[in-house]
Design a protein. Structure first.
Length: 187
């Protein structure tokens, strides 16, 4: 879509917890903000990963909050209408967007109806059906597929330093979710 010049201004990335939605959104941010198209090595890519890039924001609910409150969405709305500071694009990732309350949803809808040029939104959720229909109709939906068991096993072996047998077992039990595999290992 990027190469063809047909990127949507907003995407809903959905799938089970730990499947890689956030990783995919960060990859998209690097692709849109990095001068090399997402090299994963330059200062721009590193600043995205550490939340220090001026044109990248991760919007999340505060610890202890049950909902994603309107203040977070309003803050994003103020920033989204400003010109990019470092490059040509701005990227906003809204984590657990299904936890927006009615006020937050309606505020976001205003931005989705009239999106600023060169601004991209990635809404991450486990439950796209919990979003209001008018938000869903203004976004491209993408189900994040499960990771192959072999990829999860390889990551677990490196990351956790466990045996191949244990990593393969955890990968098969994880149903394609690296997050679930990590949780299973903790148990």
């Amino acid at each position: 879509a990027r190469q063809a010049g047909r990127l949507a201004h907003a995407y809903i990335l959905f799938g089970p917890e730990g499947i890689g939605k956030r990783e995919l959104a960060f990859d998209a941010a690097r692709l849109l903000l990095c001068p090399e198209g997402g090299c994963n090595a330059c200062g721009v890519c590193r600043r995205i990963e550490t939340f220090n890039h001026a044109d990248f924001r991760l919007i999340e609910r505060e610890d202890g909050d049950k909902e994603l409150k309107i203040e977070k969405i309003r803050e994003m709305m103020r920033e989204i209408h400003l010109a990019p500071m470092e490059g040509q694009n701005k990227v906003f990732v809204i984590n657990e967007c299904h936890l927006m309350n009615e006020e937050s949803s309606n505020a976001l809808l205003k931005t989705l109806e009239e999106p600023p040029a060169n601004s991209y939104l990635f809404l991450l959720t486990e439950m796209p059906e919990a979003l209001i229909d008018t938000i869903r109709s203004r976004c491209q939906e993408f189900r994040v597929p499960p990771k192959p068991a072999a990829e999860i096993a390889s990551l677990l072996s490196i990351e956790l330093g466990i045996t191949d047998e244990e990593s393969v077992f955890l990968a098969k039990m994880s149903e394609g979710s690296i997050g679930r595999a990590r949780e299973l290992h903790k148990q």
